[in-house]
Design a protein around this ligand. Sequence first.
Ligand SMILES: Cc1ncc(COP(=O)(O)O)c(C=O)c1O
Length: 313
Amino acid sequence: MELEEKIAAFKGVEACVVFQSGFAANAGTVSSILGKEDFILSDELNHASIIDGARLSRAKIKVFRHKDIAHAEQLLQEVQNEPGRKLLITDGVFSMDGDIGPVDKLADLCEKYGAIMMVDDAHASGVLGRNGRGSVDHFHATDKVDVQVGTLSKAIGALGGYVCGSRDLIDYLYHRARPFLFSTSHPPSVAATCIAAFDILENEPDRIERLWANTAYFKQQLTNAGFDVGGNTTPKSETPITPIIIGDGRRTMDFSRALFDAGVMATGIAFPTVPEGKARIRTIMTSEHTREQIDRALETFTSVAKKTGILQA
Ligand SMILES: Cc1ncc(COP(=O)(O)O)c(C=O)c1O
């Protein structure tokens, strides 16, 4: 309870419920608030846990093109006279490309068409907004977003997921969200770790400044070295998630392995996690990387890329 109260106060909402993971939070929430008579409108690049929750709910699924407000509006118009609830969901920050969802504009659409607005802020928590309150805070949209999901497994550095919203929503989830009801919750050590992490976010904003400074430096140096860090064939990263687009899956995995052998762990991501032909090394900066570590990583990326033909020697 103490962790849930802490998160609700941090986010400036009435209440919060903590799940075992961000995956369980998304899937458990979507599947319990919608039924087969309802509609879900979802960005095409939303996280798998939202897709699975939508399938479990048996609601009718409508997918809008990535960050395409006009397409989202068209879909809302198509269903506006149908009976049933309409839930529109976007990621606050997209996990594979690091671009930011148009939370404010989508929230305005939800107001216009009477839809419920939900944001998955897994990658925005601890990164965007005041003291890392997330994308909803970044867009000053707290009053317009009904359901805010986040994880405790990324910037918070522990394990778990949470849902923030009205007292009624959270009480409903306590009684209806199946992963909350039928699965064991965290041990106290995890809750204590998370509470300490929220204290750090509240009291040490300089960490977020360092995170953004490191991000800007790393992206710029990668670009200078000739890497494709997104924005050509993929959405452009606007956050610490920085993909290095390689294209071919096999080449990407070989590059990742060669980087590891040279002392840098950088995970390759290929189909089906990302579309075919858009395989990448997915990197992310933290506030705690030193300039020396970043420079060493950059040197390794460049020398290995030249050896393996990803960059011209
Ligand atoms: C956008 C997004 N939502 C939800 C999740 C699930 O979070 P967790 O790893 O805490 O289950 C992830 C993580 O993989 C994610 O990237």
